[in-house]
Design a binder for this molecule. Structure first.
Ligand code: GDP
Length: 145
């Protein structure tokens, strides 16, 4: 099993609902370690850059508007198989399809306002963590990661 890092975002809908700390508690209870953490409000440029991979999708404009609509809580998580484990803990993109016990099943509103983001692979996790955190903001840096 590989030691991995992944980027988590508690999205504006979940922060607005007042469940950010509950989501962070779920993450910690799952055994994933929070190694960086901050609350920020994304600018349109930052949200566009973060979701650039989706820029041809019809919902891109709405997604950027949503992600800039309020503060988000961004964290970097570390653990064995962290990327897949966090995606399992989040549940399916559409909360209607999310399994019981997942974060999205419990806290998401709809396919857009779905409470959390998690990186989808090792290459994206590196890019996404570096998008939000510099080396001094990450605890216990592992040079190999
Ligand atoms: P994820 O990896 O599970 O977050 O899903 P994707 O990478 O496919 O989509 C990124 C984000 O775009 C999702 O988490 C949603 O917030 C949003 N999104 C995905 N599909 C739709 C859609 O059909 N409509 C809208 N409005 N937003 C969507």
């Amino acid at each position: 099993m590989a030691l991995e890092r992944t980027l988590s975002i508690v999205k504006p809908d979940a922060v607005e609902k007042g469940v950010a700390a509950q989501i962070l508690a779920r993450i910690e209870a799952s055994g994933l370690k929070i190694i960086a953490l901050k609350m920020i409000q994304l600018t349109p440029e930052e949200a566009q850059g973060f979701y650039a991979v989706h820029k041809e999708r019809p919902f891109y404009g709405e997604l950027v508007a949503f992600m800039t609509s309020g503060p988000v809580v961004v964290s970097a998580l570390e653990g064995d198989n962290a990327i897949a484990r966090y995606r399992e803990l989040m549940g399916a993109t559409n909360p209607a399809d999310a399994a019981d016990g997942t974060i999205r099943k419990e806290f998401a509103t709809d396919i857009e306002k779905n409470a959390v983001h998690g990186s989808d692979g090792p290459d994206t996790s590196k890019i996404e963590i570096a998008y939000f955190f510099n080396a001094t903001e990450i605890q216990a840096p592992v040079e190999a990661l």
